[in-house]
Ligand binder design. Sequence first.
Ligand code: ADP
Length: 400
Amino acid sequence: MKVLVINSGSSSIKYQLLDMNTESVLCTGLVERIGEEEGRLVHKVAPDTEASKKITLEQPIADHEAGMVLAIDLICGPNGVVKDKSEIAAIGHRIVHGGENLHEPTLIDDAVVEELEKIIPLAPLHNPGHLAGIRVARHLFADVPQVVVMDTAYHQTLPPKAYMYALPHELYDELRIRRYGFHGTSHGYVAKEAARLMHRPFETFNCITVHLGNGCSMTATANGKAVDTSMGITPLEGLVMGTRSGDVDPALHALLARTRNMTSEDVDQMLNKESGLKGLCGMNDMRDIHAAIEMGDKKAELALDVQTYRNRKYIGSYMAVLGRVDAIIFTAGIGENDYIVRRNTLQGLDCFGIKIDKMVNAQRASEPLKISTDDSAIEVWVIPTNEELAIARQTKEFVN
Ligand code: ADP
């Protein structure tokens, strides 16, 4: 059974075709700069194998439909990994924000599209792009069942005390302003993987999952259900990210309006695009930050400190939330690759019995790796995330 996973953004479409009988990746692709003067499509065949092949197209790509037609030609054309579109059994669409009503994977129909349109105000950066991808895919794959899989789904189990903000209640009643949480597909995937690797039933598993990529978030899971998470109504709250500030004093908007005449749009832009690691030191890629620290860059050192200190604070608070913690799991670009961030994040937590094996932590692995010592009170793992596989599994399960 072949499942196509689509992650459509405002000016890009990411796709991955998986053979779900073997859970192997047949091809992946990224269509970029849709609607701009020069568009680009990078298509990779059998990316995880020695026979991998890369095709790059550079040409104007007018809209999502044009981008998807180019991709379909590469996937299903004469040299494609499948000979015909009809071999694709189902399509799973990644949706960043499902609001309060969409949680379980759902078959796309007009009502789902309407619901996604309704929650655009909650996810103005993401949902319009998803909708563009859905419209095109429904048109081009009219006979294929298509499913939405929400990034907010895993966090639907948060209790009201964790998802409510201490704001006038009518903001929740009228606008559904509350904590939603994001990266849910990733948190759910690595949490379940950890339980499986530790031979523990997920229903009784307690863990803290630490997703550190361009976007960063942390989730506390108790008895196999998310009970708290660091991102909020939007993916801005919580940890220090590449260009996003994470937590700040909510009085900042008013203060900058008074002192710098900034509009709320200006402040929003600054908090999302000009803050985080980039705001602190001018760089948002952790590899550049380490290189700069080596050269004695004090701002880069500070950025690393601010990020890892915030991580530690959140781990501490989620230990308090959970009581018993079976595992702490690091994942995503930084979480999987950066042993210094992991080491600094866990620094000083030995008083809680958390012990890291320094040699193992410094190893590079593309497979799950336990980095705590055998006598550590809490197991610490590095588990590569795989959101596409998680979406494809949920799509397959739903369609079957
Ligand atoms: P996204 O949130 O866009 O999915 P990723 O999970 O791919 O992002 O993470 C991207 C980030 O991971 C990069 O910006 C970079 O900071 C970090 N990263 C990737 N590889 C490494 C590495 N080898 N060492 C340290 N950081 C890395």
